[in-house]
Write a protein that binds this ligand. Structure first.
Ligand code: ZN
Length: 247
């Protein structure tokens, strides 16, 4: 089974379309979404419509989905994120708001082979940045392969007994990792719509459960077009600027 793993789309239609063009229909069996479909970007309805049409096999909610659908207050958000969430709540159609409000919290286990969460298997809103957080998350995971999002950083952590390592992807368009027997993996596919690892390219992953391989991928997309829409919508200028920086 081949799974297309998408996370942190953040209302960036140009990035989502570039990713879907890079993975033509039929090349993956199932689509999985790790949350934050909306927030920050200017195309919430188009992105939610696109995701709904893809009929994901599994999807979990992100913190921006909750706030932008009115499920939670924006208390933990900075000014730009709060502004964008309020704007998104107003822009969403009733059907799309309802869809986001009804998304389940992670973690979810799919096909008994992969676990999905937005933040960590322990806490959907937790940020896994530090190795200590990653080790804790790896211990909390119930599957040997667990995908997470939220940090917008494409990265792989693995744990086997007392052995632990981190794999950071470089400038290549794709990096393939073999899933070794006896190791537990915590994998962030990176963010489709607002990468923050210093690489502006849209990030995603493909997991082939039969071959035991995860391919972390990057694709270019028309960043200037997505940024111009953010500016035209009257959203904070920093949200437009950061797309080109990948931060
Ligand atoms: Zn996010």
């Amino acid at each position: 089974m081949r799974y297309l793993i998408l996370s942190d789309l953040h209302s960036n239609l140009e990035a989502l379309e570039a990713v879907l063009r890079a993975v033509p229909p039929g090349t993956c069996d199932r689509i999985v979404v790790l949350g934050d479909l909306v927030g920050y970007g200017a195309d919430p309805n188009a992105v939610v419509d696109r995701v709904r049409a893809l009929a994901p096999a599994a999807i979990v909610r992100g913190n921006h989905d909750k706030v932008s659908a009115g499920v939670e207050p924006a208390d933990s958000f900075n000014d730009a994120a709060r502004h964008a969430a309020t704007w998104t709540l107003d822009a969403l159609t009733a059907a799309n708001r309802e869809y986001l409000a009804g998304l389940p919290a992670g973690p979810i286990i799919l096909d008994e082979v992969l676990e999905l969460c937005h933040g960590s298997p322990d806490d959907e809103d937790e940020y896994v940045f530090e190795p200590t957080d990653a080790i804790e998350a790896l211990r909390a995971a119930r599957c040997n392969v667990c995908f997470f999002g939220h940090t917008h950083v494409q990265i792989v952590y693995w744990l086997s007994g007392s052995d632990f390592d981190v794999i950071v992807t470089g400038p290549d368009e794709e990096t393939t990792i073999r899933v070794e027997e006896g190791r537990r993996y915590l994998i962030n596919p990176g963010s489709v719509g607002q990468p923050r690892d210093g690489d502006a390219r849209a990030a995603f992953a493909v997991f082939d459960s039969d071959r035991g391989e995860v391919t972390l991928r990057r694709v270019t997309y028309p960043v200037a077009a997505a940024a111009a829409k953010i500016t035209a919508a009257g959203l904070p200028e920093g949200l437009a600027r950061r797309l080109a920086l990948g931060k």
